[in-house]
Design a protein around this ligand. Sequence first.
Ligand SMILES: C[C@@]1(CC(=O)O)c2cc3[nH]c(cc4nc(cc5[nH]c(cc(n2)[C@H]1CCC(=O)O)[C@@](C)(CC(=O)O)[C@@H]5CCC(=O)O)C(CC(=O)O)=C4CCC(=O)O)c(CCC(=O)O)c3CC(=O)O
Ligand SMILES: NC(=O)C1=CN([C@@H]2O[C@H](COP(=O)(O)OP(=O)(O)OC[C@H]3O[C@@H](n4cnc5c(N)ncnc54)[C@H](O)[C@@H]3O)[C@@H](O)[C@H]2O)C=CC1
Length: 215
Amino acid sequence: MAYFPMFVDLKDKLCIIVGGGAVAYRKIKALLEFEARILVIAPNCIDKVYGLKDSLSQEQLIIALRNFDSGDVCKADLVIAATDDITLNKSIAKECRHKNIPVNVVDVQEECSFIFPAYIKRGAVTIGVTSSGKSPVISQRLKKSIAEQLPEYLEDLADILGEARDLVKKSFDTEAERKKVYIALIEAVENQNGKLSPKQIKDVIQREMKKNQDK
Ligand SMILES: C[C@@]1(CC(=O)O)c2cc3[nH]c(cc4nc(cc5[nH]c(cc(n2)[C@H]1CCC(=O)O)[C@@](C)(CC(=O)O)[C@@H]5CCC(=O)O)C(CC(=O)O)=C4CCC(=O)O)c(CCC(=O)O)c3CC(=O)O
Ligand SMILES: NC(=O)C1=CN([C@@H]2O[C@H](COP(=O)(O)OP(=O)(O)OC[C@H]3O[C@@H](n4cnc5c(N)ncnc54)[C@H](O)[C@@H]3O)[C@@H](O)[C@H]2O)C=CC1
């Protein structure tokens, strides 16, 4: 069985992480990169988790130094059960499922409604890899080898194409024409090593329009 890669908007969503060990830390770091708000509930946290407070506001991260209470999950958009107590983790999962809250349980895959990928983030471009639980280390290694092949300008490229999109949509009638323009823009960015000014974007679009008219 393979998992479907679904990309989720986590901006400002409240993610509750129960547990404050090394595994919790890894999940928190990932969720923060996607602008989630974090509430950690654990009687003890490793220093790296406490350390996150230095660079984050109260809006972004709250650490509640206490045991989990049933009912804690009520306000959560997402829950991670990351304690070292398998029975507790399972009961958190049960409560979440009952309340229709997506839940990840770090030590029991069958209890997860979603699992974490190994991922690469370059601005708006995200690449997620999973082995559907078979081997996280495969995902980790694949991530590394994919990352080595990505062009430096990937983030800029996505921004440039994103900005050009409205104009391209207005200027070209068919999807096939629009796709050609995006490819021309990508090639132009490749030639300029990642930089195109708004004027250069317009020039490429003009050029493609002219090509279309001349046909
Ligand atoms: C099912 C899943 C659920 C979930 O966590 O969402 C899960 C479950 C478990 N992981 C375990 C172990 C390890 N996990 C890692 C690493 C990662 N694990 C991640 C995801 C996932 N792990 C989901 C499946 C994703 C997939 O299949 O691709 C990554 C990709 C993302 C992340 O964690 O953020 C991250 C790499 C991120 C990166 O490098 O980018 C390492 C390596 C290391 O630590 O360096 C080890 C030690 C080696 C080993 O055991 O394989 C154990 C056994 C614990 C034990 O033996 O006690 C369980 C529980 C079980 O298998 O039952
Ligand atoms: N999914 C994954 O990627 C991986 C999962 N694991 C599993 O993750 C689990 C956690 O691993 P670590 O972070 O290394 O453990 P850890 O022992 O460092 O941390 C456990 C945390 O749970 C907290 N905790 C315990 N009882 C609690 C309660 N009643 N309420 C709230 N918090 C409570 C502790 O205070 C501590 O912060 C292990 O069971 C391990 O098998 C391990 C490796 C990878």
